[in-house]
Design a protein around this ligand. Structure first.
Ligand code: NAD
Length: 744
């Protein structure tokens, strides 16, 4: 069986299906030979929005290159794409997901690597014309070409994002980056998965020309013709060397000699270990490959790359990351309304947005809105508060300009979309208003009353509360059907998540409109049903409570936090309490307890800490010590005195992680059972992106599936027996365990 057959089987999941289906799929590539002897090979998969690497594309590419090599009228080749915003976005992820054995993935990597090596070693020059994204295998393909001409469109980005799927580049792209731009650049691109603009890629010698989009293909053909002359090719290689010239000394010192390289890799491994805490294997595997490249050259490294790629493809981590990728993609297409509501649930056009309250959240929401292109009117009660909000937005834009993600012109144009007011002037024309005033139900009701007098009938009114039920905020509204919750996370410009809350009165169109706006603000949106704490706050509360219970039992602060961070959360729960504010958390817990009873009971510890005037970072008194507003690594030992505990109890780390995470997972299952969540998918994505549930564990629901509902139930019951009714298993967990069911 040849490799193409094997890959087709992997892609289609059935050996027979792949070998016996008769219908020939439509062609992906077409070749046109121009009068000047340039064969333009166009990638255009008619079934997809973007081209991806599939066995079919590989076979057609081979055939096209062989035909061009054999045709004496063809002097040079240009690879281009007919897609609007992409060249080639990498391997087909469904195909990767279908691979069951490491050996199959290894063979695939080797086959693609050999194909690209043939391309790189061909006698006729091949130039890639890149417009739009060239990601993963797409970027690797361009690197294997003799040269790349990129369009200077903002959509043109080049990168190796495989790490985000728990994988690594598998067609020697990392090695080619290292050869051209140095090991350090390869480490950076591979381990972060970040994309380069065409300009940055040019500066690193990873792209050879940048040209305006309308003439870029023509420029690629011209360059291809020029490169038929070996002298021109030599000049190009020199030009690349000059591009990396600035780093030449550093490369000589650090990369080209064994001692320097050892230092470079030691540092990179330490940094990777710090970031991944051993949970994500791909970064360390990439370092293995690059280190081998430094020591033993391209072929030996390529061999190792294929083998390690094979292991990663079948790893649990990669499975979870790929599932998350698909969940995320599905959410992007989800309008947020149910299928049967769709006829009445088309989103309304939103041209203008108003934000009431220019505090931390209001300013954040205004910031992401102007960046999405909406003109925004922001209101606060006085000039000082308004000025603070405007400055917050401006600072965030300045930061982006400083980092080079936007130009100063774009920054100024974007900021010009924002205006401020201390009365309601300019708010009446808004199509969507988000209120983000203090967390006070009467104040919020008052704001809604004011708004209803002003805004047009079609305007959607959203509340950014973190815990108050939207129905309560909307109970005196004349038109409760236009009211939704838009729960953003802090800091708004960094957190990718938005939880949109519908009440039983919310009109599907209002809901769909809010969802569409959230997506334009580049948020991942989940829609949840109204209720105290919605979904994210509701699952966070028992988890934070459990950390406080452990503390009150005498477990040291750093022991609690370390156990949870080692389990995979980005921050420990007690550090998180310091950030959120111990007072705020205590207040939320009281609200939650009123709604859900004993299982959300606020631990006495939180009350004792409040009495001790501990609010966390904001007043410099929390679980950790603060110096001039900065958290130190050291914990504040006086907490133990305030709690009257010794802080010397040392349970096993699993005791801590099991207690805190079961509390969260059990509550997540209740949310699904009660219809707060629409699907396990939303629950998983919400927990990962909203509160940092470890991505490699797949989210609370996926985690139950992996562990098995019976095992989760066994652990929950054991905790219930030992610690009481707050661990009473969710009815859905009991049912899933009894029937041996899975969420996915
Ligand atoms: P904040 O104290 O920073 O800002 C609130 C702002 O509202 C202040 O500037 C205040 O002057 C202004 N304001 C009060 N009454 C007003 C009125 N009548 N008209 C206009 N402005 C008025 O608070 P925040 O952290 O931005 O929180 C705002 C809301 O967002 C709260 O409901 C909070 O629960 C929710 N929230 C906060 C977070 C968070 O992490 N901070 C996360 C999600 C949701």
């Amino acid at each position: 069986m040849d490799i193409a057959q094997m890959l087709s089987m992997a892609a289609e999941g059935s050996p027979r299906g792949a070998l016996t289906t008769a219908a020939r799929p439509p062609a992906i590539l077409r070749t046109e030979v121009r009068d000047d002897g340039v064969a333009v090979v166009t990638l255009d998969d008619p079934r997809e929005t973007h081209n991806t690497i599939t066995p079919q594309l590989g076979a057609e590419l081979d055939a096209a290159l062989e035909a061009a090599a054999a045709d004496p009228t063809v002097k040079a080749i240009v690879l281009t794409s007919a897609k609007k915003s992409s060249f080639l976005v990498g391997a087909n992820i469904e195909m990767i997901q279908g691979i069951k054995f490491a050996q199959d993935a290894e063979d695939m990597s080797r086959a693609v690597g050999e194909r690209f090596a043939r391309l790189a070693g061909g006698r006729k020059p091949v130039v890639a014309h890149v417009h739009g994204s060239a990601l993963g295998g797409g970027f690797e393909l361009s690197l294997a070409c003799s040269a790349t001409v990129a369009s200077d469109d903002p959509a043109t980005v080049l990168g190796l994002p495989e790490v985000k799927l728990g994988l690594m580049p598998a067609a020697n792209g990392l090695l080619r980056v290292a050869a051209r731009a140095g090991l350090r650049v390869a480490i950076d691109l591979g381990l972060t998965g970040r994309s380069l603009t065409a300009k940055k890629a040019l500066a690193l010698g990873l792209v050879d020309e940048i040209v305006a989009p309308p003439v870029a293909l023509e420029a690629a053909c011209r360059l291809a013709r020029r490169l038929c002359d070996p002298k021109a090719y030599a000049a190009l290689v020199q030009q690349r060397a000059r591009a990396s010239g600035k780093r030449r000394v550093e490369r000589a010192l650090l990369e080209k000699n064994p001692v320097g390289r050892a230092v470079l890799f030691r540092r990179a491994r330490a940094e990777a270990a710090k970031q991944t805490r051993g949970h994500y294997p791909a970064p360390a595997r990439m370092l293995d490959v690059l280190e081998r490249y430094g020591k033993r050259g391209f072929r030996a490294a390529a061999e190792l790359e294929a083998r390690l790629f094979g292991d990663l493809v079948v790893s649990e981590t990669s499975h979870r990351m790929v599932e998350l990728f698909f969940a995320h993609t599905a959410l992007k297409k989800d309008p947020g309304v149910e299928h049967e509501e769709a006829p009445h649930g088309a989103p309304r056009a939103v041209e203008r947005i108003a934000v009431i309250g220019a505090g931390l959240m209001g300013a954040g929401i205004a910031g992401v809105s102007i960046q999405a292109g909406f003109p925004v009117r922001m209101k606060d009660t006085d000039d000082v508060a308004l000025g603070r909000g405007l400055k917050y937005v401006r600072d965030a834009l300045d930061e982006r300009a400083r980092r080079g993600s936007i130009t100063t012109l774009e920054r100024d144009r974007t900021f010009a979309h924002l205006s401020g007011t201390t009365d309601y002037s300019g708010v009446a024309s808004a199509d969507l208003v988000v209120e983000a005033v203090f967390e006070d139900v009467d104040l919020k009701k008052g704001v809604i009353r004011d708004l209803e007098r002003l805004v047009k009938d079609t305007c959607v009114i959203a509340s950014n509360t973190s815990s108050l039920p939207i129905a309560r905020i909307a109970e005196e509204a004349t038109h409760p059907e236009r009211i939704v919750g838009m729960h953003y996370f802090s800091p708004v410009h960094r957190m990718p998540m938005l939880e949109i809350v519908r009440t039983k009165h919310t009109d599907p169109r209002a809901l769909a409109t809010a969802v569409a706006v959230g997506k334009r603000q580049r948020k991942t949106v989940i829609v949840v049903r109204d209720g105290t704490g919605f979904y994210t706050t509701r699952i966070l509360a028992p988890y934070l409570n459990e950390a406080a219970h452990l503390l009150a039992e005498g477990v040291p602060i750093e022991v609690v936090d370390r156990a949870i961070v080692d389990w995979g959360f980005p921050t420990g729960p007690l550090q998180l309490l310091d950030e959120v504010g111990i007072d705020v958390a205590a207040h939320v817990t009281t609200v939650m307890q009123a709604a859900f009873g004993v299982r959300m009971r606020a631990p006495e510890a939180l009350a004792a800490l409040r009495m001790d005037d501990r609010k966390g970072r904001k007043n410099g008194r929390g679980f950790y010590l603060y110096e001039r507003g900065r958290r130190s690594r050291r914990v504040d030992d006086t907490v133990y005195g305030a709690l009257r505990v010794t802080g010397r109890s040392r349970p096993m780390p699993e005791e801590i992680s099991v207690r805190a995470t079961i509390a969260m997972i059990n509550e997540a299952l209740r949310c699904l059972d009660e219809g707060v969540l629409r699907s396990p998918r939303d629950g998983d994505v919400g927990a990962i992106l909203g509160i940092g549930f470890p991505a490699f564990r797949g989210g609370p629901f996926r985690y139950v599936d992996v562990l098995g509902a019976q095992e989760v139930l066994r652990r929950t019951r054991a905790l219930e027996q030992r610690l009481g009714p707050r661990f009473e298993p969710a009815p859905l967990l009991v049912e899933m365990a009894r029937k041996g069911k899975r969420f996915y």
